[in-house]
Each structure stands twice: as structure tokens, then as C-alpha cells.
Design a protein around this ligand. Structure first.
Ligand code: FMN
Length: 241
């Protein structure tokens, strides 16, 4: 098994990158080069994700006509005038293909038996909720009884839980993506301010996919950041046990 050395970026460098990211709502019209977008997407998909099933997809929108059509869909907000918008989609529907892909793309000549078993047997049992989620319902009842005796993972065992399952991993990729652009000197703004029905039509988003956010990307424009940074005191959010 390959052992990768643990490396660490300097905390100062990481802090500087994280602190420099702000949500920017005004961009210059300068286009973002495709190669740079590709590099940032490569960093995005290095995000940790559930069972390495990578339940996400991205639509990269650079076409000015399509961007113009998207603007009203995004409630005509300023950030949506960016030269690049990336639709970040959570994919609760791609796990079956992903199980195959793990075997296909395994980075060693031999796929270990435990990996084959996990992605051929365990994962399909875990993620298949059956038509109308009926299998998920049965699994929930079985789990209730079996978990009386020992700790068991109780989710995802419904279509709704599958959506949460996919959103968790995809949100991590979205954050990687924003920091990746930041590291290249490009600003971003995550947006959930859009009309989902119209967005689905405009971008032809698959029915099962969930557009969790649109990411506006570009060079920061004048007065691009609206407000000073504000965060609540840490104590309000943290419990030390
Ligand atoms: C899921 C999500 C949705 C957001 N939607 C919008 C949006 O539609 N429009 C917008 O201008 N900002 C949006 N934001 C940006 C937040 O307002 C911003 O992150 C927050 O005010 C903190 O500011 P900062 O990102 O500069 O630290 C969104 C952020 C997140 C994480």
C-alpha cells in the first residue's frame, strides 16, 4: 500500500490565503483563463469526500450569452455579472457509477480484495435506497433493531439523507475551489440567491443533481467587497469537551 508523507503548508501561508478570501460582488470583465480554471477544479476535487465516491459535478459557464441569461436567474445580483460562473452540483445519483470508477481508476496494478468487496457489495448496500426509497425505509427499520445491540451507522438511508450525504462532500469541494482561485489572485462569491427552477432549465441540470451554489469568479473590481469582515466570537460556536 502506498504511504504518502504527511506534509504541511506553513500556517502563516494558509492563514494569509484564508484571510484574504472575501465574498466579492463586483468583478472586472477580464476573462479567467481555461487552464487556470482547470487547475482550480483539480484542487477542488482533492477535497475529502464520503467513501471517495466524489458525489459532485461542475458546470463551467464562460459563454457571455449564457452568462447574460443567468443574470436574471440569479436575482440580477451584482456578483452574477462575473466573467465566470461555476455551478457546483451535489450528485446523490452518481454513486453507482463511482463504485465502478474506483475499480477502474485504482492507482495500483492490482485492486485489493477489500476494495473490490467494499465497492461491489458494501457501498451498493449502503447507498441504494431502491425505487421510491422503499429499500431505504426497510433498511431504517432493520437498523433500528440491529442497533439495539451495537453501534451502527444510521445514514444515509433515505433519498433525503442521500441528498445531505452528497451536499456535505460537495460543499468541501466548493470551499477548495474558492481557495484555489484565491491562490491564483482571483476573487469569488458563492451564491445561493438564484431561482432554482429557472436555473435547472437554463443549465439543463439533471433532475437528481442539486445545485448547491453558483460560484462567481473573476478579478476583483472596484469596491468589490461591500462590508468589513464580521464573525461572531468563537466561544459562541465552540464547545470544548
Ligand atoms: C451557501 C452560500 C450562499 C451565499 N449566497 C450569496 C448570494 O447569493 N449572494 C451574495 O452576494 N453572497 C452570498 N454568499 C456570501 C455570504 O454572504 C458571505 O460568505 C458572508 O456574508 C461572509 O462574508 P465573506 O465571505 O466575505 O467572509 C453566500 C455564501 C454561502 C456560503
Amino acid at each position: 500500500m502506498s504511504e504518502e508523507p504527511v506534509t504541511s503548508a506553513s500556517p502563516e501561508a494558509l492563514r494569509a490565503l484564508i484571510e484574504s478570501r472575501r465574498s466579492v460582488r463586483r468583478f472586472s470583465s477580464e476573462p479567467v483563463p481555461d487552464e487556470l480554471i482547470r487547475d482550480c477544479l483539480q484542487m477542488a476535487v482533492l477535497a475529502p469526500n464520503s467513501c471517495n465516491l466524489q458525489p459532485w459535478s461542475f458546470q463551467v459557464i464562460r459563454d457571455p450569452q449564457l452568462l447574460a441569461r443567468l443574470h436574471p436567474v440569479c436575482m440580477s445580483q451584482n456578483a452574477a455579472k462575473a466573467p465566470l460562473i461555476i455551478a457546483v452540483l451535489a450528485r446523490p445519483d452518481t454513486w453507482r457509477q463511482a463504485c465502478e470508477n474506483i475499480i477502474e481508476y485504482w492507482p495500483e496494478p492490482e485492486v485489493p480484495g477489500r476494495i473490490r468487496h467494499f465497492y461491489r457489495k458494501t457501498a451498493p448496500f449502503q447507498y441504494n435506497q431502491g425505487p421510491l426509497g422503499i429499500l431505504g425505509f426497510c433498511k431504517r427499520q432493520m437498523l433500528r433493531i440491529a442497533a439495539l445491540r451495537k453501534p451502527l451507522m444510521r445514514t444515509p438511508n433515505s433519498k433525503a439523507q442521500m441528498r445531505i450525504w452528497a451536499v456535505k462532500s460537495t460543499a468541501l469541494a466548493a470551499q477548495n475551489l474558492m481557495l484555489a482561485f484565491q491562490s491564483h489572485g482571483y476573487a469569488t462569491c458563492p451564491m445561493e440567491g438564484f431561482d432554482e427552477v429557472r436555473l435547472r432549465k437554463t443549465l439543463d441540470i439533471p433532475r437528481e443533481a442539486l445545485p448547491i451554489m453558483l460560484l462567481a469568479v473573476g478579478k476583483q473590481g472596484e469596491k468589490g467587497v461591500y462590508n468589513p469582515r464580521l464573525r461572531f466570537p468563537l466561544e459562541q460556536h465552540v464547545t470544548w469537551l
